[in-house]
Design a binder for this molecule. Structure first.
Ligand SMILES: Nc1ncnc2c1ncn2[C@@H]1O[C@H](COP(=O)(O)OP(=O)(O)O)[C@@H](O)[C@H]1O
Ligand SMILES: [Mg+2]
Length: 242
């Protein structure tokens, strides 16, 4: 039996009366690396935001760790949003940003305890940021900044990690090492990983299951499925206009 950590049932999301997600059904299993792809505007970011409670569906049910959706359970879900350019202007050091990842658990005005500091040390070590922890985030390279955003999400010690195009600003070498880091987290902690990727080859190389989204789940299956290329072609190039 596979345990599902997140289950979406008949989910609909709309913005100003326009449907962004339409009858999405999806179960995410403990310990898997689920890759999500789909054309621009197909609802990928909306789907992740719905799983993190940032967007409320107009219809449907969400279960987290086998229980009805609750804020408490969201504590076990880490989220790395899609990169926006202005994010790097925030005046804080690498360590500050990672510590902010603890605030969900700390409460905004509590002081970090020695446990918080220890967890942040471990996360900085794991993401290879310990040497640059005092650097202002405005001075980082693209690869370093993405690792800081990952470390921010990891500081919560999540059981599930949701990532929205985490490697979109990275070159080939940095992308490979970022993906290896995710695989290590998956292996070491059995962390469930759900990642939206633009690069289809990355999905084939690193995901254990692939979802093609176009407002609804168009297809879900193994990266080794013999029909995958044909399916991707259909979803990306022959999509019916909405
Ligand atoms: N905050 C918002 N307000 C209104 N429309 C939105 C908002 N966010 C997304 N949309 C629309 O919803 C659709 C899905 O967007 P999104 O989830 O960002 O897709 P993707 O991440 O696949 O590119 C798009 O048509 C987009 O324009
Ligand atoms: Mg998006």
């Amino acid at each position: 039996m596979k345990n599902d950590v997140i289950a979406l049932e008949n989910i609909y999301v709309e913005y100003d009366g326009q449907l962004a997600l339409c009858d999405v059904n999806l179960e995410i299993y403990e310990g898997e690396i689920l890759g999500i792809c789909g054309p621009n505007g197909s609802g990928k970011t909306t789907l992740l935001k719905t799983m993190t409670g940032l967007i409320k569906p107009s219809q449907g049910r969400i279960r987290l760790f086998g229980k009805p959706f609750s804020k408490e359970m969201l504590n076990w879900i880490g989220y790395m949003p899609q990169l926006r350019k202005h994010d790097t202007g925030f005046p804080a050091t690498v360590r500050d940003v990672v510590m902010m990842g603890r605030y969900a658990k700390l409460g905004l005005f509590k002081r970090p305890t020695s446990t918080d500091n220890q967890i942040v040390d471990e996360v900085l070590e794991e993401t290879h940021l310990i040497e640059i922890q005092k650097k202002p985030i405005g001075k980082l390279s693209g690869g370093q900044f993405q690792r800081v955003m990952l470390a921010h999400a990891l500081a919560k010690q999540p059981k599930v990690l949701l990532l929205d195009e985490p490697t979109s600003a990275l070159d080939f070498r940095m992308t490979t090492s970022f993906m290896e880091l995710l695989e290590e987290l998956n292996r070491k902690y059995r962390m469930t990983i759900v990642a939206v990727h633009h690069d289809l080859q990355l999905l084939k190389d690193h995901a254990t299951r692939i979802v093609c989204l176009d407002k609804a789940v168009e297809w879900i299956g193994s990266p080794n499925d013999a029909n995958l290329d044909e399916i991707l072609l259909r979803v990306f190039f022959y999509r019916t206009p909405h």
